[in-house]
Ligand binder design. Structure first.
Ligand SMILES: Nc1ncnc2c1ncn2[C@@H]1O[C@H](COP(=O)(O)OP(=O)(O)OP(=O)(O)O)[C@@H](O)[C@H]1O
Length: 322
């Protein structure tokens, strides 16, 4: 009997765990466990393995886990929950012979080449250059930006800190927004605006600029209110998508992402109906002399719920990933 390998995509709130046949990327026995219920990855994984019967002769000897925090050191401390561990302790406790720990956005990037066409929604058709880099960009709790490049033997991930580049306004409204945020925070990164909290902050800034009393307190409420015809919430959402278009186009230029742009993360699949109405594509392509270049790059929204697990499975035996 072949032992399955263990893969995981672990965020601040949930640990998504699954098994995979070594060499394959399709996860099975997927379960999402609340991180708050466990004192760390070992107890969560032991519970998971018992639940799915992957114990004894079926206990995994290989694992790749993606975490939503920096992972280069031996000691990993999660940013948004109480988990902290050393890689050696996890490897030994689980009896693993191969153990890889990667960042969760690296997992998103490595998962993108394995997402099937029915889980992609086309925003701009364009023409993909098969040997060029692909850009993976995703507003969620933060703004992840990464590349993935088709190497000769394996997909090569290109992690970046592109969420932290400086916000560049392109019209008067954005000049006013920049002034508003600069008074509060000083320098403004694009992540400050393009994440869940950023959507809410953009809404509050719009209220302040328009002299309207704020009525909503979470990003989801802003989205819902925009759908019910609230003018300020609607302007906020359309502006969020327009700025995402600017930033995605800039990142595509920087990376040379003629292989395609993939919009991922938890927020975009909820805004699919708003994309055509927004100026996302206009902003994505409006790059002066390079407008024909960006205008020809395929842009798609990734709606696959387990992209990070696909990426962890890809990373397990990918020699480009340590
Ligand atoms: N309907 C919505 N509209 C806009 N933003 C939303 C909506 N629902 C949730 N959000 C925001 O999306 C963000 C979470 O994004 P996402 O689902 O990508 O999580 P994540 O960054 O992958 O974290 P984790 O891995 O812990 O789940 C939060 O800031 C949340 O407030």
């Amino acid at each position: 009997m072949t032992r399955p390998a263990l893969i995981g995509d672990i965020g601040g709130t949930n640990a998504r765990l699954a098994l995979v046949t070594p060499g394959a990327v399709d996860p099975h026995d997927i379960q999402s466990l609340p991180c708050a219920d466990y004192d760390g990855p070992v107890s969560a994984i032991r519970d998971y393995l018992t639940r799915v019967g992957a114990i004894g002769a079926r206990a995994p000897r290989e694992a790749c886990l993606a975490f939503a925090c920096p992972v280069h050191g031996e000691r990993v401390v999660m940013t948004n929950n109480h988990w902290a561990f050393t890689k050696t302790a996890v490897r030994e406790a689980l009896g693993l012979t191969l153990f890889k720990v990667i960042n969760d956005f690296m997992a998103q990037a490595l998962g993108v080449p394995h997402v099937t066409a029915d889980q992609l929604v086309t925003v701009q058709a364009g023409e993909a250059a098969p040997h060029a880099a692909r850009l993976v960009i995703g507003p969620g709790t933060g703004l992840g930006v990464a590349g993935v490049f088709p190497g000769r033997h394996a997909w090569i991930p290109l992690p970046t800190e592109g969420g932290h580049v400086t916000f560049a306004p392109t019209d008067e409204r954005e000049q006013n927004l920049l002034r508003h945020f600069r008074n509060r925070y000083g320098r403004i990164s694009v992540e400050r605006l393009l994440c869940g909290q950023g959507l809410l902050d953009l809404y509050l800034a719009h209220c302040s600029l328009k002299g309207a009393p704020p009525r909503y307190a979470t990003p989801a409420e802003v989205t819902e209110a925009a759908g019910s015809g609230d003018g300020v919430a609607r302007d906020t959402l359309l502006r969020f998508l327009k700025i995402l278009g600017d930033v995605s186009g800039d990142a595509a230029l920087t990376l040379g992402a003629r292989g395609g742009v993939y919009l991922c993360g938890g927020i975009l699949p909820r805004l699919l109906d708003w994309l055509p109405e927004s100026r996302f594509l206009e902003a994505f392509a409006a790059k002066g002399r390079m407008s024909a270049y960006t205008g020809n790059i395929p842009v798609q929204v990734v709606t696959a719920p387990w992209t990070g697990l696909l990426g962890a499975a890809e990373a397990l035996h990918n020699e480009e990933v340590e």
